[in-house]
Design a protein around this ligand. Structure first.
Ligand SMILES: CC(C)(COP(=O)(O)OP(=O)(O)OC[C@H]1O[C@@H](n2cnc3c(N)ncnc32)[C@H](O)[C@@H]1OP(=O)(O)O)[C@@H](O)C(=O)NCCC(=O)NCCS
Length: 192
């Protein structure tokens, strides 16, 4: 069973678990509802495009009927001088359910799973006012850069292992497993 945690706020019950392969459409629909319209054009997305999330690090929140109400995914990246890390995002929660603790539960589950899997550090681009509560800080990313437009004070880091980001510097590059292209999938169907 993939259940990572179950939580209840005063009037809302949800569970956190691994995203199933059939949930991609519901996840994308949630992101389109919740995120700013230009979210696909952000620099973080350039690091995700064409890649699969890091193994076992695509998590969702579901309500008690099984409907997907939150999502977070983490991606394998490295600094240009070779320090590996995870890039977290997007994190999103259904608009009508904000401040029910779902975002925090997803963040805690993601951090705990990443540590359990032996990853050294997590990076993200987001509001420090939200992410500092989970231990993220801009002081760890001063020598790092995104491969496109972003605000440096919003590039935040969390070390899961001591000094994991100490020597990290340069522009982030994707290092994850590549997603099969539509062309490859089509060829596989025709040939196979
Ligand atoms: C950010 C987001 C994931 C938080 O999810 P959530 O389930 O509402 O979060 P939680 O219930 O765990 O925490 C809510 C608290 O975080 C605060 N919070 C939410 N977004 C915040 C932000 N950007 N900056 C500062 N505080 C924020 C809320 O005010 C609330 O504070 P309170 O506990 O004092 O009432 C959700 O608001 C969302 O999907 N936003 C749109 C997408 C987005 O902005 N993603 C993050 C990119 S930076």
């Amino acid at each position: 069973m993939n259940l990572l945690s179950a939580s209840a706020s005063a009037d809302y019950i949800f569970t956190i678990g691994a995203e199933h392969c059939g949930e991609g459409r519901a996840r994308n629909a949630l992101l389109d509802r919740v995120m700013a319209p230009n979210w696909r054009k952000k620099s973080s997305n350039a690091l995700r495009r064409g890649s699969m999330p890091s193994r076992d690090l695509a998590l969702v929140a579901r309500d008690d009927s099984g409907t997907l109400v939150g999502t977070v995914r983490l991606w394998d990246v490295a600094s240009s001088n070779g320090t590996p890390a995870l890039l977290l995002g997007p994190l999103a929660v259904e608009c009508t359910l904000k401040s029910s603790g779902i975002g925090s539960a997803l963040m805690k589950a993601a951090i705990s799973k990443a540590a359990e899997l032996g990853h050294g550090a997590i990076l993200l681009v987001g509001d420090a006012a939200y992410y500092e509560r989970f231990g993220f800080s801009a002081s760890l990313t001063k020598n790092l850069a995104m491969p496109g437009p972003y605000e440096q004070h919003r590039l935040l880091g969390l070390e899961l292992q001591e000094s994991a980001l100490k020597n990290a510097s340069g522009v982030l590059v994707p290092t994850g497993r590549k997603r099969a292209s539509n062309q490859n999938r089509l060829s596989t169907r025709i040939v196979g």
